[in-house]
Design a protein around this ligand. Structure first.
Ligand SMILES: Cc1cc2nc3c(=O)[nH]c(=O)nc-3n(C[C@H](O)[C@H](O)[C@H](O)COP(=O)(O)OP(=O)(O)OC[C@H]3O[C@@H](n4cnc5c(N)ncnc54)[C@H](O)[C@@H]3O)c2cc1C
Length: 562
């Protein structure tokens, strides 16, 4: 290796992890020679902003490669401001680990050369999955991963006066693009193979609720249908599913990201069989002089050993990896704790997101968990901008450790996700969640923060005080041969404003104690209100009066999405 002052570091990939690692390294070790290779013409762009450009929130896609001080993050910027040599239009072809060189090719001249390294950083990212179906190569079919894609989509919407677009895939990118295009005035259809949106991210119940955001925003949602072909001669004219054909003037395919681990794999570095470079807590690969981070690696889940390896392609993680890599190379090792899988998306007026494990994931791992869905306003009801929110919380039944949180609704769910992400990282219990000193003032939150209120509810459930059923379970029982008596504890005005679709007996909570004699002791009773806080109180009143087959419906009318 060269002396410490001229440590030679080669970085492959120039979007998130690469520039972060290179720039921080130069700040820590100004004497290091850092070269970043990128096969594209652009570096350091914010792909996450593409949907908002398409929506029209800003008119120049170049905004995504500018600093807040309006300086373009291009080759000259990296050389002058960061001291990093950047070579664009240059592709890394192979790594020779014995000679510690990387063979690269200039994509214009086709010339190749071998670049030496002391430390190599693989920041090769991911690529969008291309479904093996006919028609993907037709005109007006886009994969939305690069500023050029967004720019050409917007240009074609205008030039061809496109009116109808079909999005394949209801994950983060599919949902963001659906919102963006609807807000741009197009008719939007989202086709998703699974029976729910955000598969693998949200549990089915939260996804069902979240789907309201899309349909409420005017998006047509087609669930449980697999796209088998894109139709058209030269330009796409429709999408064929296993059930029908849907006309389309344009199509966006957003069916997931795969780790771009080919270079590492060919160099014999350890990778997951199903994709993704394996790294340790300092982002070192199985070769200690080669680091990897961002979308090309698999991460360890930080919420406990049982979670195992997760592939989650997120810019938040990619940037953290860049810093971890630079710190380790510079001799300031800081271990990366892993990820919580935290992600959030805005779908019209909804926040939809999760951190940690979902109920389904936990149960697949045979973890003994309890869950609850809490509903309520995100700030006191008297504040004009109070908005409803649904929080699902998952915790270990025995140790009561927080395992996961999911949010859906117009209320500020992202803020609660962030707190929950930190708590899961710290190994918090439900008592810890309830004990957090949340900032309270009416413009921001109620005196008991929704996250704490949800933890209280789950604790009550674990203690046997709160007995609840999910909306799905409530409907199953209501539709069964011995349906329960369903008591609506809301006021007549609330009932008129927001009717409940099933047969109920209306008894406002304040009248329940006086009307106990009307109720049968030999029949199951379900209670609810707007968000089921009064539903829970009703359950406790009935229990105290000797009714023992009582449960409240989680989420109340607000959470009723079955
Ligand atoms: C539309 C969209 C919205 C998103 N929204 C969010 C969001 O809201 N929040 C969030 O956290 N994340 C979001 N993401 C994900 C985020 O953009 C990625 O996780 C992040 O860009 C990954 O960074 P990376 O550096 O690992 O890889 P990439 O961004 O994939 O960059 C890798 C680079 O390496 C280059 N490269 C690969 N192989 C070679 C080679 N052999 N030689 C030379 N160069 C090579 C590629 O050309 C590429 O430019 C979004 C992504 C998209 C597309």
């Amino acid at each position: 290796m060269n002396s410490a002052t001229d440590l030679n570091v080669l970085v492959i990939g120039g979007v998130a992890t690469g520039p972060k690692a290179a720039s921080r390294l130069k700040r820590l070790k100004p004497g290091a020679r850092v070269t970043m290779i990128e096969r594209d013409t652009l570096v350091s762009y914010g792909a996450c902003g593409l949907p908002y450009f398409v929506e029209g929130l800003f008119s120049e896609v170049e905004e995504l490669i500018r600093t807040p001080a309006d300086v373009p993050r291009n080759v000259a910027f990296f050389e002058k401001a960061k001291g990093v040599a950047v070579r664009t239009g240059v592709e890394a072809l192979r790594i020779d680990r014995d000679r510690k060189t990387v063979t690269v090719q200039d994509l214009s001249s086709r010339e190749t050369e071998d670049l030496p390294y002391d430390k190599l950083v693989l920041a090769t990212g991911g690529y969008p999955f291309r479904p093996p179906i006919p028609g993907v190569e037709l005109k007006n079919v886009w994969f939305m991963t690069h500023p050029d894609h967004a720019e050409s989509l917007v240009a074609q919407i205008e030039a061809q006066n496109l009116k109808k677009i079909v999005l394949v895939g209801a994950g983060f990118i599919g949902i963001e693009m659906a919102e963006a295009l609807k807000l741009r005035g197009l008719d939007v259809v989202v086709v998703e193979m699974a029976d729910q949106i955000m598969t693998g991210i949200l549990d089915e119940d939260m996804a069902r609720f979240g789907a309201r955001a899309l349909t409420g925003g005017g998006v047509e949602l087609v669930l449980g249908e697999q796209v088998t072909a894109l139709e058209g001669e030269e330009t796409v004219t429709g999408v064929k599913t296993n059930v029908r054909s849907i006309g389309a003037e344009a199509v966006i395919i957003a069916v997931g990201t795969r780790p771009n681990d080919a270079l590492a794999r060919e160099a014999g570095l350890d990778c997951m069989e199903r994709g993704g470079i394996l790294i340790n807590e300092y982002c070192q690969t199985s070769d200690p002089d080669i680091y990897a981070g961002g979308d090309c690696v698999v991460n360890r889940y930080y919420g406990g050993g049982a979670g195992g390896s997760w592939f989650v392609a997120l810019g938040s993680t990619a940037n953290k990896h860049g810093r971890i890599i630079a710190d380790h190379i510079a001799g300031k090792p800081v271990p990366f704790p892993g990820i919580g899988g935290t992600g959030v998306v805005r779908a019209f007026n909804f926040n939809l997101g999760r951190t940690g494990m979902g109920e389904r994931q936990a149960k697949n791992l045979n973890l003994d968990v309890e869950t609850v869905v809490w509903a309520g306003p995100d700030r006191p009801h008297y504040m004009p901008d109070a908005r409803p929110l649904l929080i699902k919380m998952i915790a270990g039944r025995r140790d009561r450790k927080l395992i996961g949180v999911q949010v859906a609704g117009p209320g500020d769910g992202a803020k609660r996700l962030d707190v929950a992400a930190a708590l899961i990282l710290m190994g918090a219990t439900l008592d810890d969640v309830a004990g957090v000193d949340f900032a309270y003032a009416p413009p921001f939150s109620p005196p008991i923060d929704p996250l704490a209120a949800c933890a209280h509810l789950l604790t009550n459930k674990l203690d046997g005080l709160a007995v609840s059923v999910s909306p799905e379970e409530a409907l199953r029982r209501i539709s069964g041969s011995h349906p329960p008596l369903v008591i609506d504890t809301r006021t007549p005005r609330e009932i008129e404003e927001m009717p409940f679709p099933e047969e109920t007996l209306a008894i406002p909570l304040g009248a329940l104690r006086e009307r106990l004699a009307e109720l049968p002791k030999d029949r199951e009773i379900l209670t609810f209100c707007k968000v089921s806080l009064r539903g829970y109180e009703a359950q406790r009143i009935l229990n105290a009066a000797g009714f023992d087959r009582v449960a409240f419906i989680e989420g109340g009318v607000f959470g009723w999405s079955v």
